[in-house]
Ligand binder design. Structure first.
Ligand SMILES: O=c1[nH]cnc2c1ncn2[C@@H]1O[C@H](COP(=O)(O)OP(=O)(O)O)[C@@H](O)[C@H]1O
Ligand SMILES: [Ca+2]
Length: 479
């Protein structure tokens, strides 16, 4: 009876509690568009790694918030549809304690360079929209390039489970068991990885202690080297003078035509050094679809001549030797996915061939094959593919050898690869410096052991009882 009571108590008392979920919202206000991400995690497992999951993502209609500089109040209004959706997704009783963060990236950094007052107005407009929702508004700000790189690195390694793998005694011995992060945006690009070598420039050096292990991380964010700004710079190199308003551009498929206003092209601070006063007000771009010529033009934006450190990537920026594996996400993934080049087994040479082939296809043929793809994206895949190859090879120093170390990542275990998750994990203190205490046994093993020992106890009691009865039996002369 005692043993049965023990088993029952063990099972009933230790039933896992019903899951109490928590939620968090992060808005990624990128240069090209804004996305709203909703995350969920069990409250009682807050400090475990790998428990936060993306449960919803909503793409805001229209362009990035920096494009509303001429009418800041509209920037806030543009977020309403996605925020209404967030209100539907998150249970009502949890909404008041759900934090909302907005982080703006390179588009807003550029707007701040052009006009800081307008940048503030846009931020206060999005802030007041977010405050009007029943969530816990935690601020709308422009994050630094360093933060963008660091949080992207944290996100992918958290989702890949690398921090937990490194936290045991065996993991602590391993040198570089994390993935480097390569993030390509529209206005900036970030490279972040663990380096064993000394990081010679302070501004590129980060130190983290996560789950009981220390990480020395190299990061750099290149403003104006996102693919949209790089395209502008590439076009600006060949702006003709006032007598001629046509550009023959090898980075667009042959037969493709696009009209651009010079005022719009020149509005970016990234073009500051390339402006010519005699430029016509409108230009017509005519594609010629030639990978080699496009590559030559693209490479003009990487200055490889000056370097005051022992080694540099380009533009005099220090970069230690590449180490370990890398996850490439955001536009790296969108472009390589379109070109069907995300398979790890494809060599650098084959990737080049594929981009070359795509560039040489007539625009009419491309358009016919992909009628549903947004024309802006479709027309730029030749340039984007060429730019990605140039940036990785000529800029960062990847080659045929270490190309296999790059994985192009869209989602990892259902969550988008990007800086937003890392940003939220950091701001909610969900990544502890030291390993959190976890009971040595899981709930299942605990119950199993309790049942086993209870049965063992019953068995021992029965055996003792039977052996104690023996002399009595003998006394009675039964045997
Ligand atoms: O489906 C797609 N195909 C190609 N490019 C895409 C697609 N979706 C987004 N992009 C590009 O990804 C980039 C995202 O950059 P983002 O808006 O995050 O800028 P930022 O990080 O520099 O602030 C932009 O260049 C955008 O055009
Ligand atoms: Ca981005």
């Amino acid at each position: 009876m005692g043993a049965v009571a023990l088993i029952t108590t063990a099972v009933v008392q230790n039933k896992p509690l019903p899951k109490n979920m928590k939620y968090g919202i992060v808005l990624d206000a990128g240069s090209s568009h804004t996305s709203v991400y909703i995350y969920e995690w069990p409250a009682e497992k807050e400090n475990d790694t790998g428990v936060v999951q993306q449960i919803d993502a909503c793409k805001v209609d229209g362009n990035g918030i920096s494009s509303y500089a001429h009418d800041p109040p509209v920037a806030g209004l543009s977020l309403q549809k996605c925020m209404d959706k967030a209100r539907e997704v998150i249970p009502e009783q949890q909404q008041r304690e759900t934090p909302v963060y907005l982080g703006a990236t390179a588009g807003m950094r550029l707007l701040r360079l052009n006009n800081a007052t307008l940048a503030d107005e846009v931020l206060s407009s999005v802030g007041s929209t977010l405050r009007s929702y029943p969530f816990e508004f935690q601020g709308a700000r422009i994050i630094t390039g360093q933060e963008e790189g660091a949080y992207g690195w944290i996100t992918i390694n958290y989702l890949l489970g690398n921090f937990l793998e490194n936290s045991g005694w065996l993991g602590r011995l391993k040198q570089s068991a994390t993935f480097g992060a390569l993030d390509l945006g529209g206005a900036s690009t970030q490279i972040t990885f663990v380096s064993k070598k000394e990081i010679e420039s302070q501004e590129n050096s980060l130190h983290f202690r996560l789950y009981g292990k220390s990480y020395d991380v190299y990061t750099h964010s290149y403003l104006c080297y996102g693919k949209d700004q790089a395209l502008r710079r590439q076009i600006a190199y060949t702006i003709p003078d006032a007598n001629n308003s046509t550009i023959l551009d090898p980075c667009f498929n042959s037969g493709y035509r696009r009209n651009t206003s010079t005022k719009d092209l020149y509005s970016s601070p990234c073009i500051a050094q390339q402006r010519i006063s005699t430029a016509p007000s409108n230009i017509e771009i005519k594609g010629t679809g030639n990978y080699q010529l496009c590559k030559q033009k693209v490479e003009m934006i990487f200055n490889k001549t000056q370097c005051t450190y022992s080694q540099c990537s380009f533009n005099g920026i220090f970069q230690p030797n590449l180490e370990g594996e890398f996850g490439a996400f955001s536009a790296y993934y969108f472009v390589m996915d379109f070109l069907k080049l995300t398979n790890e087994k494809i060599s650098l040479e084959r990737v080049k061939e594929a981009v070359k082939t795509h560039c040489s296809r007539p625009w009419e043929e491309v358009l016919k094959e992909f009628p549903k793809i947004k024309e802006k994206y479709l027309s730029e895949y030749c340039f984007s593919g060429t730019y990605i190859l140039s940036l990785l090879e000529n800029g960062f120093g990847f080659n045929s050898e270490n190309w296999k170390d790059i994985s192009f990542l869209g989602k990892i275990k259902g969550s988008d690869a990007g800086w937003t998750l890392g940003y939220m994990l950091n701001l909610t203190n969900m990544i502890p410096a030291e390993l959190p205490y976890s009971p040595p046994l899981s709930h299942g093993s605990y119950i199993g052991l309790m049942v086993f020992f209870s049965i063992l106890l019953v068995f021992i009691i029965l055996t003792c009882w039977l052996s104690l009865r023996k002399p009595k039996c003998l006394q009675k002369g039964i045997i």
